[in-house]
Design a binder for this molecule. Structure first.
Ligand code: SAM
Length: 273
């Protein structure tokens, strides 16, 4: 039996601790959307600059890569496990850099997903390139794919357009890297900005949707879902609520579409643990 590491009193926010390869095969539940920020396998003992200091690019043992075949095998296995946990109309978002993203794209295609977009997250404040021998890295990619080639998916087109000054939202998102205030409760080496997850969740889910993140890290995904009132607020997250005005997509969409944030309905289903 799976025992959650954390569960909110409303039962709509659950954290499981363990290896997602084992956990995903142990329960039966179908989610509306999955966001995954898997190992990029870029911990190759290189160096970068952070806050003016030279730092190692190594993120942890979990990010050390193997051969291209091992990386392909890893990606295909976890994406296949996630596919089993998606509703037929569900979508998956997977982030990466050149180190893993081509392997991810191939796995998605081989497993029968339909790729909808490849978002380029253009960081507005990238760290400088200290070698000065090639261009500064300033982007990450997020592939958005749907489970079925035939079943329609959720895309909140109008909302995305309104957030983009009434112009169609493109697949290039100019957003800053994680801000210092987002590290107020502790820092994860590959923490994603709340603004990025907010946009992803707003674009591809409706209220009360169930969202899964198999590589939760500091659980930016759960916090972003919570801030958008897909889920009820839990006590630990109050600190983030005071910063919501800094996340432009939330601030703007609250004004544009109050109904998106109303949360009178109870979630219809419950997780099986
Ligand atoms: C790229 S980070 C995710 C960061 C997250 N998006 C955030 O904003 O904090 C990947 C995370 O997955 C975890 N991880 C790696 N392999 C895993 C596995 N097999 N099962 C569960 N978690 C894993 C790592 O410990 C790391 O915290």
């Amino acid at each position: 039996m799976i025992i959650p590491y954390f569960r909110s009193s409303s039962r709509d926010f659950t954290l499981l601790q363990g290896d997602c390869f084992e956990l995903l095969s142990q329960f039966n539940f179908h989610f509306d959307m999955i966001f995954a920020d898997p190992p990029y396998f870029l911990s190759n003992d290189g160096i970068s600059v952070q806050a003016g200091k030279i730092v190692s690019v190594n993120k942890g043992e979990w990010d050390k890569g193997g051969s291209p075949e091992q990386i392909d095998d890893f990606n295909k296995k976890w994406i296949s496990l996630c596919r089993d946990k998606l509703k037929d109309n569900g979508t998956i978002w997977i982030s990466g850099t050149y180190h893993n993203i081509f392997s991810v794209a191939n796995s998605l295609t081989e497993l029968g997903f339909k790729i909808l977009n490849v978002i380029t997250w253009a960081k507005t404040n990238p760290p400088p390139n200290i070698s000065c021998r090639y261009f500064t890295y300033s982007t990450e990619f997020i592939i958005w794919a749907r489970k079925s080639k035939k079943v329609a998916h959720c895309y909140n087109y109008e909302l995305m357009k309104q957030l983009n000054d009434d112009k169609q939202m493109t697949d290039v998102w100019r957003l800053p890297a994680i801000a210092p205030w987002e590290k107020a409760c502790g820092k994860h080496p590959t923490q994603k900005p709340l603004a990025l997850l907010t946009r992803i969740i707003l674009a591809s889910t409706n209220k009360n949707a169930w969202v899964l993140d198999p590589f939760a890290g500091s659980s930016t995904t759960g916090i972003a879902a919570n801030l958008q009132k897909r889920r009820e607020e839990i006590e630990d997250l109050k600190v983030y609520s005071q910063f919501r005005r800094k996340i432009k997509d939330i601030a703007k969409s609250e004004t544009l579409m109050p109904c998106l944030f109303a949360c009178e309905e109870e979630p219809i289903m419950d997780l099986p643990f």
